[in-house]
Design a protein. Structure first.
Length: 279
């Protein structure tokens, strides 16, 4: 209606701003926004056709009369009737004496007005059709924007869910690493304690060996017996030579294989993560 000034001449009533109305030609329901018919997109092609039509309609009557065609068969006769069977304009003499004497004719102005009215109706239908198509295009563009917005929102939501999984995996990894580190420190501290214990025993035994060698080199029997009986008694040497092995780590103490885990089923489950279907 905003694009076609002929719309009111076809008997359509005014449409309030907002709401819906049904096209009188194609019966298509058009939805108007708060701007009413002025919110519809302009159709420049149809507007140009209407402007040309208005310019033709605004010309003076005498100018139109000067443009009337003359009959080719009767040069002095103006074309003033229309042959309905041949669908061609002609003159009165052609109807009476000429090629159209057996045809049904009608006054040229009547046919002109009827054809003009039909053209006006066609223009109105084109305008309505174009408006309907433009409304569909606008609706589809809105659908595209909604799809893009929904897609961005779902991508963000998916990223947050996977970030949550990453956080759980990192936390669990940290806990398991701490378990390994605790047992590792415990075992290492025990073994290092044994190393210090055996080291002290080795140092004492080495000093005893050194003293025993020096005693063996003593040439005087009295001095030798005094040293061997006082400083190096046989029981001390015997006790020192008996190193207790009970405190040694049991075989396989260094093994940490019991901390191995099987994540194959978890990996398979992660690979099967899929979008939910249904509710």
């Amino acid at each position: 209606q905003a694009s076609n000034p002929l719309w009111q001449s076809r008997g359509s009533s005014a449409v309030p701003s907002g709401g819906r109305f049904r096209c009188p030609s194609c019966r298509h329901e058009v939805v108007l926004d708060r701007h009413g018919v002025y919110g519809l997109q302009r159709n420049l092609l149809v507007e140009n056709i209407i402007d040309i039509y208005k310019q033709e309609s605004a010309r003076p009557l005498h100018a139109k009369a000067e443009q009337q065609l003359m009959c080719e068969e009767h040069e002095d006769e103006r074309i003033n009737i229309y042959c309905l069977r041949c669908e061609a304009p002609t003159c009165s003499l052609c109807k009476v004496f000429g090629a159209h004497k057996d045809c049904e004719v009608a006054p040229l102005p009547a046919v002109y007005q009827r054809q003009k009215s039909e053209l006006s109706d066609g223009i109105a239908m084109l305008v309505a059709g174009n408006d309907r198509i433009q409304a569909i295009i606008t609706q589809m563009e809105e659908i595209c924007r909604t799809i893009e917005e929904n897609g961005r929102r779902q991508k963000q939501h998916l990223g947050l869910r996977f970030d949550s999984l990453y956080s759980i995996l990192e936390e669990r990894k940290k806990e398991l690493l701490q378990s390994i580190a605790r047992e590792q420190d415990t075992k290492v501290q025990r073994v290092r304690g044994l190393i210090r214990q055996y080291g002290d025993h080795l140092e004492a035994s080495s000093k005893l060996v050194e003293s025993a060698i020096q005693a063996m080199e003593e040439p005087q029997m009295a001095v030798y017996l005094q040293v061997s009986l006082g400083v190096l008694p046989a029981c001390r040497i015997t006790d020192m030579s008996k190193v207790s092995m009970s405190s040694r780590p049991e075989p396989g103490y260094e093994n940490m294989d019991h901390f191995s885990i099987n994540v194959d089923y978890v990996a398979e489950m992660l690979r099967t993560i899929e979008f939910q279907t249904g509710a």
